[in-house]
Ligand binder design. Structure first.
Ligand code: NAD
Length: 420
């Protein structure tokens, strides 16, 4: 059995490795091992049958060094304080790699939202929003959607916040619907960012994307949009996709427009049949014959066994934390290139930043403008990471952390948190 790490300890150990690789003294970054603020609240909900249930809610603000804290709200039965702390720290580093003026935060409620009616979900969201209102705001901490939360939940959140504060503070959350101040391009942003860095890494390796076989685990928001853009706009061949029900494989490439439409309707791939398409398990997907593997589902999918046997030469971490610590070392030893989550899936938070900018200036951009600005941000971040990797001969993961560390420590020094 592989050891299960406390995710925040895991973050701290990667931080130590990255800092040591660029000869950064411990004193310079010690502050980043301590979240600035951790809030735990009770979230009471009157259920439809009149029963009162009290859920646990969290909001962690890891760092506001580079700007307001930024990060999603997760509704999941496994949400706990260590997970929220780690996710908030990853947000600090993601925003720093992407070079957007935010720190990192994250929130969540320990709840299985599938067990709640829509009205119960609304009451839960409004109580949670009220509970964390004292510490969030457009210039303090800006939540967004994460696992099992969406634009509807952000709309309820902003409405509750505005009611309590008595004004229009739409910049308090991002990932809202267009009607309440959302941005064009936001639903596609993470998958578009994944596609941009995938193409860029193929170029660095001198591989023509059109001759590339890609497997994608997860056909949710991130996986399905990545599949659509990588095949439709970049011309790669998507040979395998999967979701919670299992996977599909076709050596000649799958019909992604058809599968994308199914994903939009939340239809599972187990119900898809077409000539030449084989049904496979999620494990078979991870091990299938492909050049690029894109995990876009859950944490810890690439474990030791998968890392030892997978065939891809490049892994693009679209999900947060899809590779275990031990597996990461094996991939590095095998010379498999891993583009880390804090870079690969930063497209979502970059367009969240654009949404916030539009909210603050009260002037809205076209989708073309959003996509063009996203590309600039993703390519700049990608190039910064590649340059750092070359300079210190680092894995892309450590290089991404090192880029972020330098930016964070520069601000910490300027603000006088540590001496120059
Ligand atoms: P989602 O809920 O829309 O989709 C998740 C997908 O994973 C679904 O297709 C689901 O069926 C599949 N899945 C679930 N369990 C699985 C399993 N055991 N094996 C294979 N597939 C399984 O979620 P999403 O928004 O696409 O997020 C996916 C990942 O990307 C998460 O790690 C999330 O934190 C990360 N992420 C998302 C965004 C965003 O903007 N949505 C931004 C950054 C990072």
């Amino acid at each position: 059995m592989e050891k299960v790490y406390n995710p925040f300890d895991n973050f701290c150990s990667v931080l130590d490795k990255a800092a040591s690789a660029i000869n950064m003294p411990k004193n310079d970054y010690e502050i980043l091992k301590h979240p600035e603020r951790e809030l735990k609240i009770a979230v009471p909900v009157v259920m439809d049958n009149g029963e009162l249930k009290v859920f646990e809610g969290f909001r962690v603000q890891h760092s506001s060094l580079r700007g307001p804290c930024k990060g999603g709200i997760r509704y999941h039965q496994n949400v706990n304080i260590d997970e929220v702390k780690a996710l908030s720290a990853w947000m600090t580093f993601k925003c720093a790699v992407a070079d957007i003026p935010y720190g990192g935060g994250k929130g969540g409620i320990t709840v299985d939202p599938r067990e709640l009616s829509t009205k119960e979900l609304e009451r839960l969201t409004r109580k949670y929003a009220a509970g964390i209102t004292p510490i969030v705001g457009p210039f303090q901490d800006v939540p967004a959607p994460d696992v099992n939360t969406n634009a509807q939940i952000m709309d309820w959140f902003v409405d509750t916040y505005n009611t309590l504060k008595g004004g229009d503070f739409r910049g308090v959350v991002t990932g809202k619907s267009l009607a309440t101040g959302g941005s064009l391009g936001r639903p596609d942003a993470t998958g578009r960012g994944v596609s941009i860095v995938t193409e860029a890494l193929l170029n660095v390796n001198g591989i023509d994307p059109k001759n590339t076989k890609i497997a994608i685990q997860g056909m949710g928001n991130v996986g399905s949009v990545s599949a659509r853009i990588l095949s439709g706009e970049i011309g790669a061949k998507i040979v395998a996709v999967s979701d919670v029900s299992g996977g599909l494989y076709c050596e000649d490439g799958l019909d992604i427009p058809a599968l994308y439409q199914m994903a939009l309707k939340r239809e599972l791939v187990e119900n898809y049949n077409a000539p030449g398409v084989k049904h496979i398990t999620n494990k078979e997907l991870l091990l299938c014959d492909c050049d690029v593997l894109i995990p876009a589902a859950l944490e810890n999918q690439i474990n030791v066994e998968i890392a030892e046997n997978l065939k891809a030469k490049i892994i693009i971490e679209a999900a947060n934390g899809p590779t275990t610590v031990e597996a990461d070392a094996i991939l590095e030893a095998r010379g498999i290139q891993v583009l880390p989550d804090i870079l690969s899936n930063a497209g979502g938070v970059v367009v969240s930043y654009f949404e916030w900018c539009q909210n603050i200036q009260g002037y809205y951009w076209s989708e073309e403008e959003v996509n063009a600005k996203l590309k600039v941000k993703m390519i700049n971040a990608f190039n910064d990471v590649i340059d750092m990797a070359k300079k210190y001969n680092l894995s892309y993961r450590l290089a991404a952390y090192a880029v972020a560390l330098n930016r964070l420590v520069t601000v910490a020094k300027a603000k006088g948190y540590i001496f120059n």
